[in-house]
Write a protein that binds this ligand. Structure first.
Ligand SMILES: Cc1cc2nc3c(=O)[nH]c(=O)nc-3n(C[C@H](O)[C@H](O)[C@H](O)COP(=O)(O)OP(=O)(O)OC[C@H]3O[C@@H](n4cnc5c(N)ncnc54)[C@H](O)[C@@H]3O)c2cc1C
Ligand code: SF4
Length: 521
């Protein structure tokens, strides 16, 4: 039986006297919001599957699968609970809502997390067909985010929300004596030296909905980015809970190895909860509760809590407060204008760190935070790639990308394109960091201590941006170190960057002899 027949078989009858609720594709929950306030028999639910939205960008097939299959399974689960579900396929969200409202009366929905969906729904809101109530899926309040001299700071936000909620607090003091244990969570992961084995990534059986959506994607969105890995996609409520349990079971090792990267495990001890939390298939409050009750060291517990209660809430609030960075002075603070190289679409660059991370993203739609920040964003920033182009790449390439989360992470954290609005400095590094925190260099034709060009990229980045970063106290030391380099070294830095840019633009794989016959340092 296909999805629509299955839904018809389970669906209770519709009625205008019931409360009509619209749940956008990323509000797939009956545990908070209007759907939670209604007994199932008194609620009717509108879900809209929008092929035009799916085709709006070259979204990774894995993301299309996660969104569509979770939405369809959510429809079946709600019908099973006794909620009447109207499941509409339409190229326009507002019209689908307005049509339903014309038949049954106005609908209610939580305000969209995505700015884009806000705009898409505006006509239905303006026409009175849709009434928006506050989003109940997030954990922060507007007051938690405070601006000071035009900037937002995650540290202050996090402390405020910890104090307000009492999470990991004891009598007004942070448990463990500190708000952040970040400094302890920076170990590389070397299983050959006795570090714990990485857990196997979860795999999920097929189900009728998933199979049908896979077939739909291969038929209608065959040209979209990436590889479909149906077995890696959780698509039911039960599977979403399994991901949460898996994350909790591995939480003890999350902290220490949070920043580690390895070709042997792309996920390591990370939760892979972002896609499910962004769809509200897993609620942040539930992820938080599990972490808080897990018997794990404080460094791991606090590290995970900071991701969910801190960073995730912070980026959402900043995105809203700045209207998606439309109200900030600049979105290209470092005047980076180069086009995104083909290496980000899978052409081999010869830099194994970059090629490995891109390969993982194209194959799965996922990497954890550090490959995103310290490889994919770092290299683009060092080379002067357009932050907007990089953001648009992240947006299509990752299974968990939605405007409110991808834009702050790339435009602010990853590239410093909005200057110090959200972060205090650019997160950039040379080869030493990548070599320390990963095993990527072991399989690379370049040597991180001699022939690798990335450290030259780093010095050249500082030199190029000396003026733009002049007043930034956190970059003072690196700028001073860069200033001490000889004129010959600075010239060589520029030459190496020039060669790398040309090779990347041409889509040519780089090898050590491209740069010099001697070592680079
Ligand atoms: C350049 C760049 C782009 C990013 N793009 C996205 C994106 O499109 N979508 C997305 O959800 N996250 C994004 N992030 C944030 C973060 O990298 C991912 O949320 C995380 O890697 C997802 O993997 P995980 O679920 O295994 O996370 P874990 O390491 O297990 O962390 C737990 C949870 O904390 C939350 N979290 C942690 N850091 C952040 C953060 N900076 N912003 C928001 N949530 C956070 C996520 O919900 C995550 O599931 C990006 C980060 C960077 C540096
Ligand atoms: S040697 Fe350089 S290019 Fe190669 S993996 Fe290491 S850091 Fe990356």
């Amino acid at each position: 039986m296909g999805f629509f027949d299955e839904l018809a078989a389970r669906n209770p009858t519709a009625s205008p006297t019931k409360r009509w609720i619209y749940a956008p594709y990323d509000q797939l929950t009956a545990s908070v919001g209007p759907l939670a306030e209604q007994s199932p028999g008194d609620a009717c639910l509108l879900l809209v599957e929008n092929p035009a939205k799916a085709a709006r960008r070259n979204y990774h097939k894995q993301k299309l699968l996660l969104v569509l299959a979770n939405q369809r399974n959510f429809a079946l689960e709600q019908a099973e609970r006794g909620v009447h579900v109207r499941y509409v396929i339409a190229d326009d969200y507002a019209s689908a809502v307005a049509e339903t409202a014309a038949k049954y009366g106005p609908l209610v929905a939580m305000e969209p997390a995505e700015r884009e969906l806000h705009l898409d729904l505006a006509p239905a809101v303006a026409a009175g067909a849709l009434h928006l109530v506050p989003h109940a899926g997030f954990l922060s309040t507007a007051d938690d985010l405070q601006q000071s001299a035009g900037v937002y700071r995650m540290d202050a936000f996090y402390k405020r929300i910890r104090r307000r909620t009492g999470v990991l607090m004891d009598g007004g003091k942070p448990i463990g004596g500190r708000f952040s244990f970040d400094g302890e969570n920076r170990l590389p992961w070397r299983p050959e030296r006795g570090d714990p084995a990485a857990p196997k990534p979860l795999q999920f059986a097929s189900n009728a909905v998933k199979d049908e959506v896979v077939e739909l994607i291969e038929r209608r969105f065959a040209g979209h980015l990436g590889t479909l890995r149906a077995e890696l996609a959780p698509t039911t409520a039960v599977e979403a809970t399994a991901v949460l349990e898996h994350a909790t079971a591995n939480l003890a090792n999350f902290g220490p190895f949070e920043d580690a990267m390895s070709t042997a495990s792309g996920q390591l001890f990370h939760s892979k909860l972002s896609a499910l939390m962004n769809l509200h298939r897993v609620l942040p409050r539930d992820a938080l509760a599990r972490a808080l009750s897990a018997p794990v060291p404080i460094a791991s517990k606090e590290g995970f809590v900071r991701q969910i209660l801190g960073w995730r809430e912070f980026v959402w609030r900043v995105h809203r407060a700045t209207d998606g960075f439309r109200s900030v002075p600049t979105t290209n603070a470092l005047s980076a204008e180069l086009p995104l190289p083909r290496a980000y679409w899978g052409t081999r660059s010869g830099l194994v760190c970059l090629d490995h991370c891109v390969g993982q993203v194209l194959a799965t739609g996922y990497t954890h935070h550090i490959p995103r920040l310290m490889v994919l964003s770092n290299l683009a920033t060092l080379l002067g790639i357009s932050p907007r182009e990089l953001t648009d790449w992240f947006w299509v390439a990752f299974e968990d990308a939605f405007d409110w989360v991808v834009e702050p992470n790339v435009l602010a954290m990853g590239t410093y394109a909005v200057g110090d609005v959200m972060t205090t400095k650019p997160y950039v590094s040379g080869a030493a960091y990548i070599s320390k925190m990963s095993n990527f260099c072991e399989g690379c034709a370049f040597d991180p201590k001699s022939t690798c060009p990335i450290t030259r990229f780093y010095w050249n980045f500082l030199e190029r941006n000396r003026e733009a970063l002049r007043d930034n106290v956190r970059v003072k030391l690196p700028l001073a170190a860069a200033a001490k380099r000889s004129a010959a070294d600075r010239e060589e830095d520029g030459r190496v960057v020039g060669i790398a840019r040309a090779k990347l633009a041409a889509g040519v794989t780089m090898v050590p002899r491209d740069f010099s016959t001697k070592t680079l340092f």
